[in-house]
Each structure stands twice: as C-alpha cells, then as structure tokens.
Design a protein around this ligand. Sequence first.
Ligand code: GLN
Length: 311
Amino acid sequence: MIASAFVQDLAQRLHVAGIADAAQEAEGLVRALLGLSKSAYLASPPELTDGQITQLHQQTARRIAGEPLHYIVGSLTFMNLRVMVGPGVLIPRPETELLVEEAIRRIRSGKSEERGLETERPEFESGIRNPGNASLRHSFLDLCTGSGCIALSLAHAFPDADVFGVDISPQALAYAGRNAEYNAIRNARFLEGDLFGPVQGRRFSCITANPPYIRTADIGRLQVEIRAHEPLGALDGGPDGLEYYRRILAEAPRYLEPGGLLIMELGYDQSDEISALAAARGFRDIRCVPDYAGIPRVFLGLCPHGEQRSA
Ligand code: GLN
C-alpha cells in the first residue's frame, strides 16, 4: 500500500478517536517509521510493506489509547537537534524552543533592545566579545533539564561554553545523556540533584529553567496523554504552581554572576506573580516574552548586582 493512502486512512481513524491534529499525527507516525523527513516523504511517498503496516496498526492502537505520539515514535526535533524521549521524561514543547531562542539571542548580543541591558552589563558583553579568554568563558546552568533539550541546544549554539543540566530524576537524566551522545555534544554535563544542589559554589552567566508549573489541582484536568503518561514530577508545581519559581528566584542570585541572566518558562497565567516575586528578590530588567498564542511565556531577569556568595 502506498504510504500516502495509508496516512489518509490513519488520519481518519485518529480523527474519529478524537485526536486533534489527526492528519499531522498520522503523517508523523508513518514518517517516523520510515525515517523520512517531511520533504523526502512529500517528494515520493514510498510503498509500505506488510510488516510496516502491522507495526503502524499496533502504534495506532497505542496512540488511540492515549499514549503520546512522541513516546511511540521515540524522538522529536527540538531546535534542529534530535531529542529522544519516552516514559519518564517530559516531551519538549514548542514553547520551550522560544525560551532557547530568546536565551541564544540575549547571550549572543550580550544586550537587549532595552537600554538597561545594553548599558549595565559590560562584563557580559566583554565575555561574549572575548570567547577565547578563559576567565570569561561562559557557563550555563539548566535546571529541571529533563531530556536536556534546553541545555543541549545552548551547548550546541555555544560550543565554547560549559553547560550544566540538573534534574532530580535519574530516568530523565538517562535520556539527557543519550541525547548529548546522539547529537555529539560534548560541552554539556548532566548532574542529578534537587535544583542547585549539585552546583554549589559555581557561578553561571545564564541560568535557564522549565520547572514543573502546573497547579496540583489542575493536573487531573490535563489531556490524558499528559496526565496518564508524562512524569508528574515534571509537571506538578505545587498548590499554586509556583513552588519551584520561589525556590529558583530565592537561590539563583547566589549562582549567577553579577548581571547574569535568568530565563524561565512560565505557565499561561503566571507572569504577573513571577515578575513580582522576581522584583522582590532584586532582579532587574524583568520582562516576559509572549509565545505565538500571545501568552507571556518566557521570563527574563538580570541578577541583582554584587550578590555575595554568602548571601
Ligand atoms: N508545558 C507543559 C504542559 O503544558 C508543562 C511543563 C511544565 O510544567 N513545565 O503540559
């Protein structure tokens, strides 16, 4: 059977089963099995063997039963890297690419459109302009790193930087390690621990985090793909969803270089509260960048100057 005809039938089955992006998911399942890019698939959809059709039927049953597409196919593309995922690790979302893009943009330019960032971060700028200077070598920390998607994207974009990814889940870290290896990224290392635990005494020019941020009471209302399959530990942000942000905002100044950048992904309604929490901790030039749906999604703030290690 020709793959495109199979995809059409499959899309119909998924649609009837109530799957929102049925056409896209049907094509995704088939392309993943065949190992074809979208353009290669569109250029000439191949014939499917009987064995492949059997496998696709099995995968379709799993998908209809609620398993997330990316756990079934085992990987996805994130910032042009291949990121492997499966039970025990959160599937990277497109919003998180926005966080990475924003981080790369800010780190590259060492400044932003805001005059505050431009004029008040000479040390950050000089670091960028002298990448060969070991004393100014960048080091980045990604908290709640999960699959490592943020840490690896930054390590890939800044091959001279040292990148640390931390997660409390050994299962997640196993994926992060495999993803580093698969993408041949050697300047990222992954450490197991609770937030800053494994990086005591270090300072970073940029800290990123996509912490668990769903309110505990809202978890039961998530789609079945998420609530029944993805790790709750990567989603549950406590009663008000802000537990990890409070801890990160309290501790980050001790781990950021003066003027260093903190970037975090936010839940859909959290920007006001988190901006206020950050301001109370002395962060400067706070802003929240909207995602493609217009939801303030990426928090950025600069570390209070002169924060002491003992603070
Ligand atoms: N964005 C994820 C979701 O919508 C949640 C990720 C997180 O809690 N950091 O399910």
